[in-house]
Design a protein around this ligand. Structure first.
Ligand code: FES
Length: 119
C-alpha cells in the first residue's frame, strides 16, 4: 500500500467483529484534528467521524466502545442514538434519519488503511 495514497490506521487483528473501535484522527476542513473511529461489523471494516449527529460529540467515552450490547448497532453514549454499523444511518434516537460521516477505510496486507487519495 503506497503511503501517499493510504494512511495506516491499525492492524486488521485489532478490529474484532462488533468489538471495540480503534480511535484515530483526521484533519477537518479547518485543519484541526477530528476524532474518527474504525470498526468491524459482519467481517467488514468501516470508518466514521466520531461525531454524533444529534450534538457533535464523540459516540464513545474515549474507550472505543461504540457497539450496543447486541453488537448490531453503534450507540451514542450521551442520549442513546442508534446507528447502523454498515452505513452509519441513525435508526433510533434524536437524530433518526441522519447519518454519521463515512470515511474511506480499506483492508489490505493484514492492515486497515484510510484512503487519502485526493478526489
Ligand atoms: S449527543 Fe448523541 S444522541 Fe444526543
Amino acid at each position: 500500500m503506497a503511503a501517499d495514497t493510504a494512511r495506516l490506521i491499525c492492524d486488521s487483528a485489532a478490529l474484532l467483529d462488533s468489538g471495540r473501535a480503534v480511535r484515530f484522527e483526521v484533519p477537518g476542513p479547518d485543519g484541526q484534528p477530528q476524532a474518527a473511529i474504525a470498526l468491524r461489523y459482519q467481517g467488514r471494516v468501516y470508518g466514521y467521524l466520531n461525531a454524533c449527529r444529534h450534538i457533535p460529540i464523540e459516540l464513545d467515552l474515549q474507550d472505543g466502545n461504540v457497539f450496543d450490547l447486541s453488537g448490531q448497532y453503534l450507540v451514542c453514549s450521551m442520549h442513546g442514538a442508534l446507528y447502523l454499523p454498515a452505513n452509519g444511518r441513525c435508526v433510533g434516537g434524536p437524530c433518526r434519519g441522519q447519518s454519521l460521516q463515512a470515511l474511506p477505510l480499506m483492508e489490505a496486507e493484514g492492515k486497515v488503511w484510510l484512503n487519502v487519495m485526493p478526489d
